[in-house]
Design a protein around this ligand. Sequence first.
Ligand code: ZN
Length: 286
Amino acid sequence: MPLLENNLFKTSKKINNCIAIIVCICFSIYSCSPKPYASSNKVYREKLKELTKTINALPQDNTLDSLKENNNWIGTTNFGIRKPNLVIIHHTAQESCEQTLRTFTKDSTQVSAHYLICKDGTLHHLLNDYLRAWHAGIGKWGNNTDVNSTSIGIELDNNGKDSFTEAQLHVLEDLLAVLKKKYNIPTANFIGHLDIAPGRKVDPGILFPWKRFADSGYGLWYGDTTNTVLPVDFNVLMALRIVGYDVSKPQAAIQAFRQHFLQHSNTGELSEEEKKVLYVLMMRFM
Ligand SMILES: [Zn+2]
């Protein structure tokens, strides 16, 4: 290697080493700090103040301009706060709870959830249940096209390949019990991210024990299909639509149904047995 190039190579190597050392030091300071999330907690409180202004505004102050002339505000005495009515279960697709906490406390990521459950069963409550987390993204369930506005998002620390831990599932069960009771969430309204975003998302994945949770009252499940006779005019897409799936991409909707209710990732058209499962399930959603 010529002398000049050799020197340049050595200099850039030194710079890289320096950057690596600075990153390590920053990370050590961050993780050793007694309150590593103090700054994000501060941002949370500031955002809350802004949102409180919205809630405090009187109807006459936020009526649409085109309606203002006709508006004579008279305050009703009967109202409450809107409640969540849907629970979306996710896996983080990240390597650790710490990594996800960093993701959810950085403005630039624009993602969040109400709860995060770590592998050891530690539960982090990240956002007041009445506020809108950014966990669902583009998605649809039935005619609900703004899932974030109506749902609670729960993230399970899981890289998408490993099984969920028993400690995690126990805590999830306790959490779902509280949410279901507190907000009176219908049994059918406990679903996964893959259900509302077929073809775009696969979480919480085929290893999530949906049947176990359905048996406890969180989500619907099909029963015995031994004596099930399919109607001659049984329509797969219509059945998926009745369950709640967005069928604008038919194959993606079929795959989402498969991964949730049949817990495998085979592709292709549904077999007769799989259609029977869908049929029985559809009847439960009617
Ligand atoms: Zn997700």
